[in-house]
Design a protein around this ligand. Structure first.
Ligand code: HEM
Length: 114
């Protein structure tokens, strides 16, 4: 059996990957998608299909990372701690290789406390 998604054929047994990075950086959805602009979320109504770092859909009734709520709680705490620290960011390779899953900055993110 074969399906058709906007001209792309998907045959039985094919793997289909949701492009998380591509969706989160799609200029049709996000202005200046490559800039760090946390204020872009101030008036974001929230939807399950435009910001998909942890998958698309609804964890309660369809499919999405069930660890998202825990992850957000840890990130909130980490941001509070980091914004109170005095540190510098030494030269490093912050590029993100897109040929591996999962990916992360090459150097991680190295900080040096004062
Ligand atoms: C930054 C942190 C995390 C990111 C970026 C992330 C991302 C993702 C993504 C993209 C998926 C695939 C969703 C899909 O197939 O549509 C996933 C699935 C999953 N995540 Fe996470 N995740 C994170 C943290 C966590 C944590 C902390 C837990 C558990 C405590 C967790 C548990 C799971 C499980 C069990 C699945 C598989 C769900 C399923 O296939 O039904 N994740 N995650």
């Amino acid at each position: 059996m074969e399906s058709d998604w906007r001209g792309d054929k998907v045959a039985e047994g094919d793997w289909v990957l949701l492009d998380l990075y591509g969706t989160n950086h799609d200029a049709r959805l996000w202005q200046e998608p490559d800039r760090f602009k946390p204020d872009r979320f101030e008036n974001w109504p929230g939807d399950a299909f435009s910001f998909v770092a942890q998958g698309a859909g609804y964890v309660e009734k369809s499919h999405r990372c069930p660890g998202e709520a825990a992850t957000i709680a840890v990130m909130k705490r980490a941001v509070r701690v980091l914004t109170k620290l005095d540190y510098t960011v030494p030269d490093q390779d912050l590029s993100v290789p897109l040929g591996q899953v999962p990916t992360k900055p090459v150097s991680g993110f190295v900080i040096q406390p004062f």
